[in-house]
Write a protein that binds this ligand. Structure first.
Ligand SMILES: Nc1ncnc2c1ncn2[C@@H]1O[C@H](COP(=O)(O)OP(=O)(O)OP(=O)(O)O)[C@@H](O)[C@H]1O
Ligand SMILES: [Mg+2]
Length: 255
């Protein structure tokens, strides 16, 4: 089954197209990374994929159903999103923020049940944030907040998880922890994961497929060994790199 079917979408903020007739199919249970230079349109593509932005042309199907046929809550049961940077204006505790992930399952004015609390606790434990649960979301570090937002997304129990630069504020230990967690959820629960990343080597190591973007277009899509080549990196990043094979995946070092 296709988790995401994107057909010929274009998007612009002003007059110029930021996404230029993009098509992409992502199968259920895949782990896909979107790579590309700053400003190439990764975040914009991700926001189109989860209905925060609406494409000006083209169509998007989520789990074989057209995006516009989902209600807000129904879509939130299928797709969870962790944004590049989240602003928090209110003094919620970490636990309260994580519990917000249960929102699509609650009726109006209904409180969270013991089951909801249990799911939130499990998500906090998986992301090593349980010890922060009573702290204010405003009083924790950027990396801790990033893990809390991933915990909230997991609490949503969706089929698809979209992440925008999920490891950008994390130290090397948590970068690995989060990507390994993604891989585990992907393999054990067939969770479809679409994530933007800047680290080409980590993307190569953890992804089934890689989307390489440049100036609003997908210039390459395929398995890491087919997409991560010295020619493609030079073309997209204007950077000379040396390429090694590490086990079965490519590994690059800038020259
Ligand atoms: N809200 C906005 N209004 C106008 N232009 C925008 C807006 N957001 C992004 N852009 C522009 O659209 C283009 C794509 O931006 P986008 O955020 O999708 O890039 P990105 O690939 O995610 O970059 P980064 O690696 O820096 O996160 C850029 O040229 C950017 O300046
Ligand atoms: Mg971005």
């Amino acid at each position: 089954m296709a988790a995401l079917k994107i057909k010929d979408i274009s998007f612009r903020y002003g007059v110029e197209d930021v996404l230029k007739t993009i098509s992409l199919n992502i199968g259920s249970g895949q782990l896909v990374s979107i790579l590309g230079p700053n400003g190439s349109g990764k975040t914009t593509l991700l926001k189109n994929m989860c209905n925060i932005l609406e494409p000006h042309e083209g169509s998007i199907d989520i789990l074989e159903q057209s995006m516009d046929r989902y209600s807000y809550k129904e879509l939130a049961k299928k797709v969870a999103v962790v944004h590049q940077s989240a602003e928090h204006d209110f003094e919620f505790t970490v636990e309260e923020v994580v519990l917000m992930g249960r929102y699509p399952y609650l009726k109006r004015f209904q409180n969270e049940s013991a089951k909801d609390l249990k799911i939130a606790e499990e998500s906090m434990r998986k992301t090593s944030t349980y010890h922060l649960k009573n702290k204010s979301i405003k009083a924790i570090s950027g990396g801790e907040r990033q893990r809390v937002m991933i915990a909230r997304a997991l609490t949503q129990e969706t089929d698809i998880l979209m992440l925008d630069e999920p490891i950008s504020h994390l130290d090397i230990k948590y970068q690995m922890e989060i990507l390994k967690l993604c891989k585990r959820l992907n393999e054990e629960k067939q969770l479809t994961i679409v994530t933007t990343l800047h680290d080409i080597n980590l993307a190569s190591r953890f992804s089934d497929y890689i989307v390489l973007m440049k100036e609003g277009e997908i210039v390459h899509f395929g398995k890491p060994e087919d997409v991560i080549t010295t020619e493609n990196i030079l073309k997209v990043y204007e950077l000379d790199v040396e390429l090694f094979m590490r086990y079965s995946y490519p590994w690059i070092v800038p020259e």
